[in-house]
Design a protein around this ligand. Structure first.
Ligand code: HEC
Ligand code: HEC
Length: 305
């Protein structure tokens, strides 16, 4: 191919992507939605709010859900700040949402105005969990939700960032009728947690291969390899969490696994690096469920460091 025709080819491909990424408006939420409020919803909602939404929206310096910068994204994307979910009249975003729109946003990634936000899609979240997290965010008496009158930053995506997002993430179908797993089934709960906590978002092969509707069909599901940079700029890859003895977590005891999740330490005492989050607010039971589930996966030999 001559340089000129190669250039033409590249421009054509770029053009197609630009057109493709121009689709910015999607179907909006319908209004038939009824929130169910009770003590159980409040308690479960807290767990979901801190463990699922909190990973991105809770600010550990300000101890509030005011949002922060997502530092695990590649630099070329631009800067992404998560929204203020406190009851701030000025900066809080929840007041712009009806319950129906919020439920719709959580599952599909589509905002109240019909635009798509990447990163936070949870299409498989159980209807009751969606209900409970909305109850908590709206009505809980929690200092972390009291007005945080601050804006931590404004998202600015680069052209390439927009392109990359439109290629890797799409609005999901709004599916209802999804039930929570049977509380007595540890493995099913573990699978569900790996899904809604987004472990597989970082512990599979790459972003392109993720399957949000059927997480287990993601490429290299839970066998690690996804590339990240630590805050110091060093390379690190999502670890292999299949039960392989040499390269996965096959040698982890249940206690080891607790330490890795809650304290960020491996059995040999190594500090796990960013962007591996600390999961301090999961219950012991939830951690055991994740451990039980991961041990049912086929062991895969895959070195990630
Ligand atoms: C992986 C990170 C991540 C997770 C997890 C996450 N969010 Fe978000 N959220 C974002 C980002 C990024 C934005 C967009 C900020 C912006 O506008 O630039 C956002 C925006 C929002 C908005 C504002 C939308 C608007 O109209 O501007 C709401 C409301 C919201 N999130 C609620 C939630 C709730 C509730 C949960 C938990 C069920 C959650 N988010 C989980 C990253 C996340
Ligand atoms: C934002 C990305 C991200 C998310 C989300 C994430 N991890 Fe990780 N995790 C990593 C990275 C990167 C490493 C490797 C860190 C290192 O080697 O220092 C890691 C390492 C680990 C390790 C240590 C394995 C070893 O090498 O011994 C365990 C265990 C682990 N993660 C479990 C989980 C579980 C369970 C979840 C969900 C509850 C989860 N992670 C969510 C990025 C993530």
């Amino acid at each position: 191919m001559t340089n000129r025709s190669r250039w033409m080819l590249h421009m054509t491909i770029a053009g197609i992507f630009v057109l493709y990424s121009c689709r910015t408006h999607y179907q909006k939420a319908s209004e038939n939605y009824r929130l169910v409020q009770d003590a159980a919803a409040m308690e479960r909602g807290k767990n979901i709010a801190y463990n699922v939404c909190g990973g991105c929206h809770y600010n550990r310096e300000l101890n509030k859900f005011v949002g922060h910068q997502m530092k695990d994204l590649p630099k070329f994307i631009g800067k992404v700040y998560t929204s203020n979910l406190t009851r701030s009249k000025k900066y809080g975003v929840l007041t712009h949402y009806t319950d129906a729109q919020l439920a719709y946003l959580i599952k599909t990634g589509i905002k109240h105005d019909g635009r798509f936000i990447p990163y936070m899609i949870r299409p498989t979240m159980a209807d009751d969990d969606v209900n409970d997290v909305i109850v908590y965010m709206r009505y809980a008496e929690d200092p972390a939700l009291e007005p945080g009158d601050t804006i931590v930053g404004t998202t600015h995506l680069s052209f390439l960032g927009k392109l990359a997002n439109s290629m890797t993430q799409k609005p999901q179908e709004y599916k209802t009728g999804i039930k929570r797993p049977d509380p007595n089934n540890a493995v099913a709960n573990g699978r569900y947690l790996v899904d809604i906590l987004g472990c597989y978002h970082c512990h599979s092969k790459n972003v392109l291969g993720l399957n949000y509707a059927n997480p287990e069909d993601s490429k290299g599901y839970m066998a690690g390899g996804m590339k990240f940079k630590t805050l110091q700029g060093n390379r690190v890859r999502g670890a292999n969490l299949t039960p392989d003895k040499g390269t996965g977590i096959g040698k982890y005891s249940q206690a080891d696994f607790h330490k890795a999740l809650a304290d960020g330490k491996t059995p040999d005492g190594r500090q796990l690096q960013f962007p591996m989050p600390k999961f301090k607010r999961l219950t012991e039971k939830q951690i055991d469920q994740i451990y039980a589930y991961l041990n049912t996966l086929p062991p895969k030999y895959h070195k990630t460091r």
